[in-house]
Design a protein around this ligand. Structure first.
Ligand code: MSP
Length: 506
């Protein structure tokens, strides 16, 4: 039976339309999920939307619509964006879904009944017109950061989760599970900045927020958004307290929670303690991916430097943007996006290296052999190393993907594509074509190139799914094995350019 693989993204806030940074996470998860499927895993890929909280309540008020109407609209924009980018999720979940709401209420009650949640007092700096609590460091010039009015110290009745109880257990767990928080730099940051200084009990209910899941046994309170949001990873695969479904038993624990570096704290500190409170296992790995910056700066609406998938795709196409996102963001440090860089990558990698190779090879196959290529097996020394690099590619790419070095995995495929172009330059098929005596050698050269294109084409599927399909259809082949074979028969179609070169946008 195929090994299971459960991968999730963070669920995106439905406070506003997702920008290309949020979209990056979905595309990154998609590449990993697709790669695992290619390797034969039974993949379950979950993504979705985080729809409660004060911010959304306020946005809905500004738009003069109900919070539910507001989130319905943004949820669709997020889902459409994921669909536009070919994100192959198995389930798109929402925290307003009635099953999720019910199970969160059961979870809250269970934690309360067993003493992990208790009623206490929340003390903070309160802005009455905004109905919001702030910490001292959030204030701007000592005033409310939203409306700039005075704040006052106030006390609110609230429920607390006994995070402090799990301090030792968490420290020990992280120390003995090297792969739990990934990469290493994030793990050290969590230990030194958050866990070592001491975990304080966490306020897990609000009376000042209305748009949330009510605590059913004390309905003045709504459940804190992070308790609501984090549990999405179990409520949507059939978990309920004292009633774990077959699906839940099969899928849990998750193999990978993919989240941005800003929220790894919630996933590696709160989430494990919530799970322990429920008596559940922890996810195997939490990967805090870096961020995408615009012109080396944080994207923000107020700075006016936000890019959206829809307009980028309109200008450059889905796979060009997928390539850019997956290739340009190293796994351990932030990446940058600008129009100039996108154009440079499309021209140099996608059009020159990949597009040219496919077009040149198919054109020569059509010209010299009327599109029908088999292997006439007239080999030369140069072929050996070339075929060796093609045959190694699956292992090399798998190794990179196992470490979640997605950008490096793509680079490895492009190295073989570059090498294939070099093989053309070295073997000079147009010279071979001049003499009838070299016809069989010429056919072997083209055959080797087609095998390289075929294997790279299959391996590109997780990253550039449409392009992969297009390549395989242009060389008209159904063999999707990842090894060089010597008895394929190619019936080539007319080459269509995969990527057009783009002139600089002035
Ligand atoms: N709703 C919470 C997550 C709850 S998960 C139980 C949230 N939502 S978010 O919409 O603000 O962010 C969704 C994801 O996008 C997060 O993982 C976040 O780190 C990521 N990104 C937000 N901006 C980003 C970039 N500029 N670049 C890359 N990822 C970015 O947080």
């Amino acid at each position: 039976m195929a090994e299971k693989y459960y991968i999730s993204t963070a669920i995106a806030y439905t406070s506003s339309k997702p920008h290309i940074g949020n979209t990056y996470e979905a595309v990154l998860a998609d590449a990993i999920a697709r790669f695992k499927r290619l390797k034969g895993y039974d993949v379950y890929f979950q993504t979705g939307t985080d729809e409660h909280g004060i911010k959304i309540e306020e946005k809905a008020k500004e738009a003069s619509i109900s919070p539910k109407d507001y989130v319905d609209k943004i949820y669709l924009e997020i889902k459409n964006t994921w669909d536009l980018m070919n994100v192959s999720y198995d389930r798109f979940v929402r925290t307003t879904d009635s099953n999720h709401v019910g199970v969160v209420q059961h979870i809250f009650k269970k934690m309360y009944d067993q003493g992990d949640i208790y009623k206490g007092e929340y003390k903070g700096l309160y802005c009455t017109p905004c109905e919001s609590f702030w910490t001292k460091s959030q204030l701007v010039d000592g005033k409310c950061p939203d409306c700039s009015r005075e704040v006052s110290e106030q006390v609110e009745e609230a429920y607390f989760f006994r995070l402090s109880k799990y301090q030792d257990r968490l420290e020990k767990y992280i120390a003995s599970h090297d792969d739990f928080i990934y990469p290493e730099s994030r793990k050290n940051e969590m230990i030194n900045n958050f866990i070592k200084p001491g975990l304080e009990d966490l306020c897990v209910s609000r009376t000042s927020v209305k748009w949330g899941i009510p605590v059913d046994f004390d309905p003045n309170h709504v459940v804190y958004v992070w308790l609501d949001a984090l549990t999405n990873y179990i409520t949507n695969i059939g978990y309920d307290v004292d009633n774990e479904s077959f699906e839940f038993k099969k899928r849990w624990p998750a193999d990978l929670h993919l989240v941005g570096k800003d929220i790894i704290r919630f996933h590696s500190i709160y989430w494990p303690c919530f799970l322990w409170s429920l008596g559940l296992e922890l996810p195997k790995k939490i990967f805090g991916h870096p961020w995408l910056l615009m012109n080396s700066d944080k994207m923000s609406k107020s700075k006016g430097n936000v890019l959206y998938a829809s307009s980028l795709v309109e200008q450059f196409g889905v796979d060009a943007i997928r390539y850019y996102l997956l290739h340009e963001i190293p796994f351990n440090s932030d990446g940058n996006i600008t129009y100039d860089l996108i154009i440079e990558r499309i021209n140099s990698d996608l059009a020159n290296v990949l597009g040219n190779l496919v077009q040149r090879t198919i054109s020569m196959g059509n010209k010299y052999f009327a599109g029908k290529i088999t292997n006439s097996k007239v080999s030369e020394d140069i072929d050996l190393a070339f075929i060796g690099s093609i045959n190694n590619l699956e292992d090399v790419v798998t190794n990179k993907m196992d470490q979640l070095h997605v950008s490096d995995a793509i680079t490895e495929i492009f190295n073989v594509l570059r090498r294939s172009n070099k093989y053309i330059d070295d073997t000079e098929p147009w010279v071979l074509a001049k003499s009838e005596d070299n016809k069989e050698r010429l056919q072997t050269v083209l055959y080797n190139l087609l095998e390289s294109i075929r294997i790279c084409g299959v391996l590109l599927e997780p990253f550039l799914p449409d392009t992969s399909k297009e390549i395989l259809s242009q060389i008209n082949i159904s063999d999707v094995s990842l090894e060089y074979v010597d008895n394929n028969i190619y019936n080539l179609c007319q080459p269509q350019p995969l990527f057009k070169r783009i002139d600089k946008i002035s």
